[in-house]
Design a protein around this ligand. Structure first.
Ligand code: VTB
Length: 326
């Protein structure tokens, strides 16, 4: 396929992948607030898979629902698409924030990223230590290995504000006790979230809308790669390091091609080349509205972006053909 054909296809795919996250979001949204994480996840997986299989791509899931034996669908290595198109790597999370959805709290999303084959980090399902800020700051402003107070001081200076005017987003977990104490000692406000760190990272890209300037802490590695893919498109800075704290995890990572277990990954090392990213809100959130049902229509709100052009589109769709979502 020529570069020109590839670029046309990329542009078409950018809009096509919206259907994929819309379908997953609508399916999950029907189970919002039911307290049943598993079922909400399952219906999102089913819906995402059937839409993905209609796309003109030769796709391989590299970040998915888990390894083949534990995930019957959208497992890592599963091939998706019509095979009639470019080879692409796919990172997906049909329902990011299953607990949020089950409790009907803010910011659960259906998420997908596509990149040229071989461009996404094949991360095992372990934890990743992450730090992220939005666009518009000098490169190298933050560092995963610097003290939280130092990162905050540099960010405040670059933003032209005081540290106590910054807000950090952190997952509410006991493992973050020290980090939380350090951020509070530095004077910054913290937005503690129950789940959903893909959204947490993306929220740093629009502090005026979301109130979040920086993301810190340890969350899932798959979510880290998805967040890096989003920042590649929208702009911003992110670093991550896999937490491979047992010989078994080091071995698993090595089988996936990770030679240095302590490597600090930059955003570009997690998501290289041309990247497409889409997220549809399941529940209402700071950037995306959740799915709305009623009057024979379904309303969805999606953000879709493409690194090659840097275009970020928000698509509010009104679906009248609701049968297709049943
Ligand atoms: C985070 C969060 C996700 O996993 O990545 C988290 O953003 C990390 O795992 O929504 P723990 O829950 O063990 O802290 C999720 O909650 C998805 O499972």
């Amino acid at each position: 396929m020529s570069d020109k054909q590839k670029s046309v296809l990329d542009r078409i795919l950018t809009l096509e992948i919206v259907r994929v996250t819309e379908a997953a979001a609508v399916a999950a949204a029907r189970l919002r607030g039911q307290g049943d994480e598993k079922s909400a996840d399952q219906v999102a997986v089913d819906a995402m898979r059937s839409e993905l299989n209609r796309l003109p791509i030769d796709g391989k899931v590299v970040i998915g629902e888990g390894e083949r034996d534990e995930a019957p669908m959208l497992y890592i290595g599963e091939e998706v698409g019509t095979k009639d198109g470019p080879k692409v790597d796919i990172a997906l999370d049909p329902l990011e924030g299953t607990t949020i959805c089950a409790k009907n709290q803010p910011n659960s999303l259906a998420v997908i990223a596509l990149a040229e084959g071989g461009s996404l980090l094949y991360a095992p399902d372990v934890y990743m230590d992450k730090i992220a800020i939005g666009p518009g700051y000098p490169e190298g402003l933050i560092d995963l290995d610097a003290k939280p107070g130092d990162n905050l001081a540099r960010l405040a200076e670059a933003k032209g504000c005081k540290v106590n005017e910054l807000t950090a987003c952190i997952l509410d977990r006991p493992r973050h006790a020290e980090l939380i104490a350090a951020v509070r000692k530095a004077g910054a406000a913290i937005r503690l979230i129950g789940d959903g760190d893909v959204a947490g990272v993306i929220h740093t890209t629009d502090p005026d809308e979301t109130g979040i300037d920086i993301y810190f802490g340890t969350g899932g590695a798959p979510e880290g790669v998805l967040a890096a893919a989003a920042l590649r498109c929208i702009g911003g800075q992110m670093q991550g390091r896999l937490l491979l704290d047992t010989p078994e995890k080091v071995e698993r990572a090595s089988k996936m091609g990770i030679a240095d277990p302590n490597k600090k990954y930059s955003m570009i090392e997690m998501a290289q080349g041309d990247v497409l990213f889409a997220a549809t809100g399941v529940t209402d959130g700071n950037m995306l509205s959740g799915v709305k049902f009623g009057n024979g229509e379904i309303h969805t709100h999606t953000v879709v972006m493409r690194s090659a052009s840097g275009t970020v589109r928000e698509i509010r769709a009104r679906h009248q053909n609701i049968a297709k979502f049943n």
